[in-house]
Write a protein that binds this ligand. Structure first.
Ligand SMILES: Cc1ncc(COP(=O)(O)O)c(C=O)c1O
Length: 382
């Protein structure tokens, strides 16, 4: 029995990655006192959902972004769904989305009963392009969702917004991975008709539970989302908005988000420094790293390309370094759709899904771990 326990212990240790993709422990430990204080404050207020802390966070986040309204909701997927509903997207409407962003938007579109129109992406930026958006508009979409993937803001977002506006098409920015990323000194989330944010714990601005928000400069959209997140009420128990449900941000998460928000730019800079080191110091002819790490990239995920990425993943694993594929199955190839999109080819999206690999990158990542990742990738020779 003892031998079995020792063996089990040994295998558990081997199995455990010493370098994780993202590790929240130090962030939580460093902020533990203020976190506990803010929870204590909420507890003694006796108000735990959609109260003063949510209101304060909504104001602070809108102010940070330079937007007029922020409406806290339960998570990022709800933020996308409720924003689309505020655009009056309903059953049988077509909504454009990329197919390389984990299917969150696709799920939101399907939850409404609308139909996704899939956009391809640029192989260098992983983001969609104005040409793809134009293709979707010509095909008759009622709204376009663009995702600033991996924390890289879409450089041509301003032009995309103008194009959508010219054709009276709603534009929603999915900013779940781009909190604090800027294009021409303007934050992502302020270019479209509305933006959806997720505060999932590992996001650049993360809560310690689920959370999300819709951000907009449009008063009508803001009012609709406020109603949609709470049963369609315009005032208590008076329902005027259809398609609504319960999707509220809780007071503890809102209080915790207020602790992390003032650190967002600094934490983004720390991520960017790690990304810069990777891009400068990873030198392996089998690996392509992201270039031009600038303010439009807040390094939510650091994603490299390699034709032999599965072998690289294994090699990293053998050195207890975690890596991940974001995302392995393009949305239109999800088993959920069966053969529905069998004739749809999204060349870049499909190729990328076979060669991308995410390396560990988070603000508190110790230098020695960054060093170990670089050395391991450089020494990799399959
Ligand atoms: C690009 C993107 N959009 C939307 C979401 C959905 O956010 P949530 O997990 O809070 O529902 C995520 C979260 O992982 C995401 O990465």
């Amino acid at each position: 029995m003892l031998v079995f326990k020792i063996l089990l212990c040994f295998f558990e240790t081997v199995k455990t990655m010493s370098i994780l993709l993202n590790n929240l422990t130090s962030k939580i430990t460093e902020n533990k006192t203020v976190i506990l204080d803010s929870i204590e404050k909420v507890l003694s207020s006796g108000w735990v959902i959609l109260g003063p802390e949510v209101k304060k966070f909504e104001e602070a986040f809108a102010c940070y972004l330079g937007a007029k309204y922020c409406i806290g909701v339960a998570n990022g997927t709800d933020a996308i769904e409720l924003a689309l509903k505020s655009f009056d997207i309903s059953k049988s409407d077509m909504v454009a989305t990329v197919a390389n962003a984990g299917a969150y938007t696709t799920n939101a579109i399907l939850a409404i009963g609308a139909k996704p129109f899939f956009l391809d992406v640029n192989s260098e930026t992983f983001n969609t392009t104005i040409d793809e958006v134009f293709r979707a508009i010509k095909a008759g979409v009622k709204a376009v969702v663009v995702t600033h993937l991996y924390g890289l803001a879409i450089q041509e977002i301003e032009e995309i917004a103008k194009l959508c506006s010219k054709h009276s098409i709603y534009l929603l920015e999915d900013c779940a991975q781009s909190h604090g990323a800027k294009v021409n000194n303007k934050f992502t989330g302020t270019f479209g008709d509305a933006a959806a944010f997720s505060f999932y714990p590992t996001k650049n601005l993360g809560a310690l539970g689920d959370g999300g928000a819709v951000v907009t400069n449009n008063a009508e959209i803001a009012t609709k989302v406020r109603g949609l997140r709470q049963y369609g009420w315009t005032t208590k128990y008076r329902i005027e908005i259809s398609g609504a449900r319960n999707s509220r941000l809780d007071e503890m998460q809102a209080a915790i988000l207020q602790i992390f928000l003032p650190n967002l730019d600094l934490m983004n800079e720390k991520r960017r420094q790690i990304a810069k080191r990777y891009s400068n110091e990873i030198k392996n002819t089998l690996v392509v790293t992201p270039k031009n790490i600038a303010e439009n990239y807040i390094a939510h995920l650091y994603v490299i390309k390699s034709k032999q990425r599965n072998a690289l993943k294994e090699s990293l694993k053998s050195k207890q370094i975690a890596s991940e594929i974001h995302y392995p199955i393009p949305d239109h190839r999800q088993p959920l759709f069966g053969t529905q999109y069998k004739d749809l080819i999204l060349k870049n999206t499909e190729e990328l899904s076979n060669i991308i690999l995410t390396l560990p990158c988070y603000p508190e990542m110790p230098e020695k771990d960054v060093e170990k990742v670089i050395v391991t990738v450089n020494e990799w020779n399959p």
